[in-house]
Design a binder for this molecule. Structure first.
Ligand code: GLN
Length: 540
């Protein structure tokens, strides 16, 4: 039977619970165990799909088509395990489910309450879809003390009672601040946070202390004493220079060792930290640098393009280069400024996006990259904008646009009429926005002897999608006559998946999101190739 590890956070948010959980997953996996990681989010949205990236950062998409929290991206990148729909749950989803059952009369006349009905549903989720896993790591979003996370904490308390205390481990990640004025490390916030947790009935077994500086033994002893955990289970995590160092650092602090000790089991294999050491070395030491511009609407918030930033870094790792990302806000980008803004840029990337705002800036930048032979990668919306640019300037459809921006006679991009998923016919709609896009992994068939087929070294690829609109296939011939090849199509030949330019060193647009599948230990070929092209361009 699986063992469960619950990770809660204290004092402040953004302490790196996701990264800690992901690193622990890697370490346990490397020791020979089968691991699964899940996230329990306390907000009321059913999923983050309809939230603005400014609110919640990127929306991460799984193979099976769930729109999830970006932490699931960390999990995948560190553990290599593909996340599933069942790995992210929100308060909204739980309540939605319980209320639907209530309307169906499934509670047999009982009063429906947070305890036991909501907490029971949370517990069912925690256990759901677990088969041969040795460990299930569940990260609880939010901070202990928040009203929203209370039902989750109550549920994991009950859960631990039910399956047995020896099968559940509670890890509490907290902040141990350094006070410059008195040159002291302060343990009081941690003591308070653990006190709060214990008042709910949860005694942490391991406390991970996030700190700017090494925590002296005396302070660790204090935490151990006041928080009722063994001194060896007070684990510090001092800020790392690159996230790839995290598994190394947690192993050094013996986190994985303490977890195994708690469950009274032995390591099956020796931990392999070599890949992380190599990457850390490279990322920190390489002097080679290539500049990539991301032109988008949400560039102010770093987390909005989390997987993309990561995938670009991975592309750099594959080429032994550091990737410097230059973020350009598309909304205020004027045509007249483009030459100047892109003068030190070796490659241009237009990411996914929604809505008309900022599109003219993007289209002008694509035009510049196309005309000046700068490597260009358009992702989802980025590909759609590249198609609009080409239609306007090469096909002479001056008012070419997308029906996403309103109805028009020149929609080279239109609402997807239909597609098949698991043998079922699906239809596009923009009436209800939550979970109605073409989501998750779909196959694309690649045309022989194209740039893309050489990059993938395959004629069949599976990539993750998240879109409502598509390039109108009826224009295919017109585009191809002018040099834009539709080099990847859905298996039924109805949906354009990839476009590329014949007479350009590297100009590719993809209707899917390759960034979701790139991993530091296995960089995505599209990003490796894009960075390689940018490096070649930088040497010109
Ligand atoms: N807004 C576009 C669509 O729905 C692109 C979406 C995206 O970039 N993920 O098709």
């Amino acid at each position: 039977m699986a063992r469960y590890i619950f990770v809660t956070g204290g004092v402040v948010s953004s302490l790196g619970k996701g990264l800690s959980s992901a690193s622990l997953a890697y370490l346990l996996q490397s020791r020979g165990y089968k691991v699964r990681i899940r996230k329990l989010d306390p907000y009321l949205n059913i999923d983050p799909g309809t939230m603005s990236p400014f609110q919640h950062g990127e929306v991460y998409v799984t193979d099976d088509g769930a729109e999830t929290d970006l932490d699931l991206g960390h999990y995948e990148r560190f553990s290599g395990i593909s996340a599933k729909k069942t790995d992210n749950i929100t308060t909204g989803k739980i309540y939605n489910d319980v209320l639907k059952r209530e309307r169906q009369g499934k509670y047999l006349g009982k009063t429906v309450q947070v305890i036991p009905h909501i907490t029971n549903r949370i517990k069912e989720f925690i256990k759901n879809d677990v088969a041969k896993e040795d460990f299930v790591i569940c990260e609880i979003g939010g901070t202990v003390g928040d009203i929203e996370s209370l039902p989750f904490l109550e549920a994991i308390r009950q859960f631990s009672n039910e399956i047995g205390r020896i099968k559940t481990l509670f890890i509490h990640l907290t902040l141990v601040p350094y006070m410059k004025a008195s040159d002291e490390i302060k343990t009081k916030p941690t003591q308070h946070s653990v006190k709060e947790l214990r008042s709910i009935g949860i005694q942490p077994d391991i406390i991970i202390c996030r700190s700017e500086r090494t925590i002296p033994l005396d302070q660790r002893k204090k935490i151990s004493l006041f928080c009722n955990v063994g001194i060896e289970d007070v684990i510090e995590t001092v800020d790392v220079k690159t996230i790839y160092e995290a598994p190394i650092s947690f192993n050094k602090q013996k986190l994985d060792e303490r977890v195994l000790k708690f469950f009274k089991i032995k390591s099956k294999k020796k931990v392999n930290l070599l890949p992380w050491k190599k990457i850390t070395q490279l990322v920190l030491n390489t002097k080679n640098k290539v500049n990539i511009a991301i032109i988008g609407k949400y560039v102010e918030l770093k987390d909005a393009y989390k997987s993309l930033d990561e995938a670009l870094t991975h592309g750099g790792i594959a080429n032994n280069f550091k990737v410097k990302i230059i973020r350009i806000e598309s909304d205020v980008l004027k045509k007249s400024e483009i030459k100047d803004k892109l003068k030190d840029v070796d490659g241009v990337l237009i990411p996914g996006g929604f809505g008309k705002r900022g599109t003219e800036g993007k289209i002008a930048a694509i035009n510049y990259a196309r005309m000046n032979k700068i490597p260009f990668l358009g992702i989802c919306f980025g590909m759609q904008m590249a198609v609009i640019e080409f239609a306007r300037n090469k096909l002479n459809i001056k008012n070419a646009t997308s029906s996403e921006f309103g109805s028009s006679k020149a929609s080279v991009i239109g609402l997807i009429s239909e597609w098949t998923k698991d043998g079922k016919l699906m239809k596009g709609t923009d009436k209800e926005l939550g979970g109605t896009m073409r989501l998750g992994s779909y196959e694309a068939r690649l045309k022989k002897d194209t740039k893309i087929s050489k990059i993938y070294k395959s004629l069949r690829v599976f990539e993750r999608h998240r879109h409502r609109y598509e390039v109108n296939i009826n224009y295919k011939k017109d585009f191809e006559n002018k040099g834009m090849i539709f080099s990847g199509l859905s298996p039924d030949n109805k949906l354009p998946e990839i476009i590329e330019l014949k007479d350009h060193p590297w100009f590719i647009g993809v209707q899917f999101h390759p960034e979701f599948k790139s991993r530091p230990l296995a960089p995505h070929p599209l990003f490796s190739s894009f960075i390689k092209a940018a490096i070649i361009n930088s040497k010109k």
